[in-house]
Design a binder for this molecule. Structure first.
Ligand code: ADP
Ligand code: MG
Length: 238
């Protein structure tokens, strides 16, 4: 599906397909006199699942906000080739709109109800289409948030500690769901987490953000077994 909301993009010729999903050079971001990002460089390959680790306050969320275009002024260059979607730790669904309406909000869909139902089925939430967001459990709300993010078929999906508020069992099932969705849609994913095990479980590559730059860039063994896809979501849309 073509990107619906290209942020910054080059020509869409075949030669462009190898372009990184994100290319960041010399990124600088300060709040007042406090520099947070200090000349950060980063490339994210298409379809790559990258974890971003770093101490609390190191600037992980700031980096994601800049990449998502949610944070105005910055120095340096951040080029995103295609649509970007974000999911946060708190799902941020609008409480006065039903779950299905949240999923397609702002998408310009001509068949919003039908599209929302298909997207919700993919995350195992079709039965909750007419629920109000405040009646969802934490795991359900995170699933709805993922459905909303992926509905836009992003080339880059930014996940800011999306599992942080979930209990261990729910977290495991949402891990499986994210892997399943990633295999099916193949966005590049940049996942902020402070959980090293989570990075090892999910990602192909781990970055560490220290003093405003990427201090470590480590490949993760691709041959290791990953979790099986959640049987509740696998095969729903074969
Ligand atoms: P992390 O996500 O790694 O925990 P953040 O990106 O949230 O870190 O924050 C990095 C630093 O920038 C912190 O010192 C934080 O207080 C500061 N900061 C983040 N957002 C703002 C803001 N809107 N205004 C002022 N300071 C901010
Ligand atoms: Mg943060």
């Amino acid at each position: 599906m073509a990107p619906r909301n290209p942020t910054v993009t080059g020509a869409a010729g075949a030669a462009e397909l190898a372009e990184p999903a994100a290319r960041v050079r010399g990124l600088e971001k300060s709040f007042g006199d406090d520099p947070v990002l200090r000349g950060l460089d980063l490339d994210l390959a298409p379809g790559e699942f990258t974890a971003l680790l770093g101490r609390s306050g190191s600037g992980k969320s700031t980096l994601l906000r800049v990449l998502a275009g949610l944070d105005g002024e910055h120095g340096g260059e951040a080029v995103i080739d295609g649509t970007v979607a974000v999911a946060f730790q708190e799902p941020r669904l609008l409480p006065w709109k039903k779950v299905w309406a949240n999923v397609v909000l702002g998408s310009g869909s001509t068949e919003p109800r039908k599209d929302a139902e298909a997207a919700l089925a993919e995350v195992g939430l079709e039965a909750r289409a007419d629920a109000w967001p405040l009646t969802l459990s934490g795991g359900e709300a995170q699933r709805a948030s993922l459905a909303r993010a992926l509905f836009r078929e992003p080339r880059l999906l930014l996940l800011d500690e999306p599992f942080g508020a979930l209990d261990a069992l729910t977290r495991a099932s949402v891990h499986d769901l994210v892997l399943d969705l990633w295999r099916r849609h193949r966005p590049a994913i940049l996942l902020v987490t402070h959980d090293v095990d989570e990075a090892l479980l999910l990602a192909d590559r781990a970055l560490v953000l220290t003093d405003g730059r990427i201090s470590h860039d480590l490949p993760i063994d691709l041959e290791r077994p990953r979790r099986r896809a959640d049987p509740r979501s696998a095969g729903l849309r074969a």
